[in-house]
Design a protein around this ligand. Sequence first.
Ligand code: GDP
Ligand code: CA
Length: 331
Amino acid sequence: MLAGGVGGAKFLRGLRDHLRQVAPDGDGGTTAEVTVVVNTGDDVWLTGLRVCPDLDSIMYTLGGANDEVRGWGRVGESERVSAELTEYGVGWPWFTLGDLDLGTHITRSHLLREGLTLSEVTSRLTARWNLGVRLLPMSDHDVETHVVVADLDSPTGERSMHFEEWWVHYRAGLPALRFEQHGLSSSVAAPGVVEAIMGADVVLFAPSNPVVSIDTIVAVPGIRDALRATAAPVVGVSPIISGSAVRGMAHACLSAIGVETAADAVALHYGARDAGGLLDGWLIDESDAALTSSLGRAGLRVAAVPLWMNSVETSAALAAAALAEAAGLSV
Ligand code: GDP
Ligand code: CA
């Protein structure tokens, strides 16, 4: 699976639940092997620490330690250290790092400075939690998404900021002129990523932000080619329901790249593999069922199913539908 943070985590929790039911290992787990290729374009060095928001969202959610009410971070979190950092005037006061969360970032930064790669560090961090899936960063290289916005005070008329500043501080409210992925062209896919895609029975695109989660992963040299070449069916789940980004501000990302916030527009943006794109199958919400025939003509096999993930059960049903779609494509 290719995944960003929160949308990826919710879908994965359902997939894991579904696989435990249909392919149980007799020990509460599953015999199915799931590898998740996670977006690291949102990663940032902050107060000397490497923060990987999407990897951590998935780790905490599958580890059962996420804050269900707030929707991100650790449950039972406190923010004493962040308050001290603000007093010293370092860091981003609007980007609160919780005390428990900081334990993860300190550990990660320590291991990176010891010389471990991000995938090695991720393997060390996730070993503590019983995730039941393997998390791989898309790349071991630092790749950072920056957003270019208009700035009349600047000589160039533009200003660039880290994605998290645009997203969290400005709530995606400054119109984005474009996204730039620093470090992308010289990056390579992390060890195991291409192998996982090429060796998979099924490749899934989580209902994640198409622009700053999925597109960023796909743009890492080697990954698009693997997706184009794999013998496995590639099935995506729409992050857009009835023209809305469900939760969050993904529409601000889509409009910046000229893609309508609509389930069919996102699918056509990825494209059908038959037509040089990335997808064989696409899941849309029942409310979007009218889009099925036009997407079919574009070469996509479409299923219209409930896409709201309000519980583990609804997420598991969605995962089952995605695997059924893939099975239909395999025959
Ligand atoms: P982030 O990295 O934390 O922003 O999370 P992702 O990139 O994985 O996914 C964010 C996207 O998930 C949002 O923009 C929504 O479009 C999508 N999303 C969130 N909840 C749901 C849901 O219940 N169903 C579907 N289909 N998509 C959802
Ligand atoms: Ca993210």
